[in-house]
Design a protein around this ligand. Structure first.
Ligand SMILES: C[S@@+](CC[C@H](N)C(=O)[O-])C[C@H]1O[C@@H](n2cnc3c(N)ncnc32)[C@H](O)[C@@H]1O
Length: 192
């Protein structure tokens, strides 16, 4: 299958598909962390290149429920933040409406303020072998729900200060955004 991993610099999902024999490429404004097929640039440059499947991880900073607290600092609507959220929604919707037969878009729970379509399922790292909680929503087009592969008991919040998830100094944000390997492997095994 020809697989596009949109908004991915880590190569995690890309390499999970390649390991299963697929023709996968990642795309991000950033260079890829791990050598492999990667387009560094705007995802919209390559969206129409006859992909069979796209898995996308668009930026969530301005759309997520967590980010929404910045919309009303001291009870007053922050117009600049609202504009950024609306732009992020347009970016997200462009990916969801792309002319690709099968699509998965992954993001945290969105703020209702932006009126995104309802996601199809939520998943957690602890359902895929990682002892962490990080509720993640999937919007699916022509794909079955992702099935849990390995439930683990310990379910530490990714927000706990000082745990490995929050380590990493200047790369903390980048590390936090990286897709969990167990989720990437499940996507490749079940959707590839
Ligand atoms: C939340 S991170 C996703 C990281 C991903 N889970 C991974 O493992 O690499 C969102 C990514 O979207 C990228 N991005 C933002 N705008 C983009 C665009 N127009 N085209 C391609 N990538 C974009 C950012 O550079 C950022 O790396």
């Amino acid at each position: 299958m020809k697989v596009l991993i949109a908004c991915e610099y880590s190569g995690t999902v890309r390499d999970a598909f390649i390991a299963r024999g697929h023709d996968a490429m990642s795309c991000d404004l950033l260079p890829t962390d791990v050598t492999g097929p990667h387009y560094q640039g705007d995802i919209y440059d390559i969206l129409d290149n006859d992909w069979d499947l796209m898995i996308a991880h668009p930026p969530c900073t301005y759309l997520s429920n967590a980010g929404a607290v910045h919309l009303y600092p001291k009870g007053v609507l922050n117009q600049a933040r609202l504009k950024q959220g609306l732009e992020a929604k347009e970016f997200f919707m462009g990916l969801l409406m792309a002319k690709i037969p099968q699509i998965c878009i992954e993001n945290p729970v969105p703020s209702t303020i932006f009126g995104l379509p309802k996601y199809h399922q939520t998943i957690q790292p602890y359902e895929f072998g990682h002892p962490f909680q990080k509720k993640t929503c999937l919007w699916l087009k022509n794909l079955p729900p992702l099935m849990a592969t390995m439930h683990v008991q310990k379910q530490e919040s990714t927000k706990v200060p000082g745990n490995w998830f929050n380590a990493g100094g200047k790369d903390r944000q980048k590390n936090r955004a990286k897709t969990f390997q167990g989720i990437a492997d499940a996507m490749a095994a079940q959707w590839g």
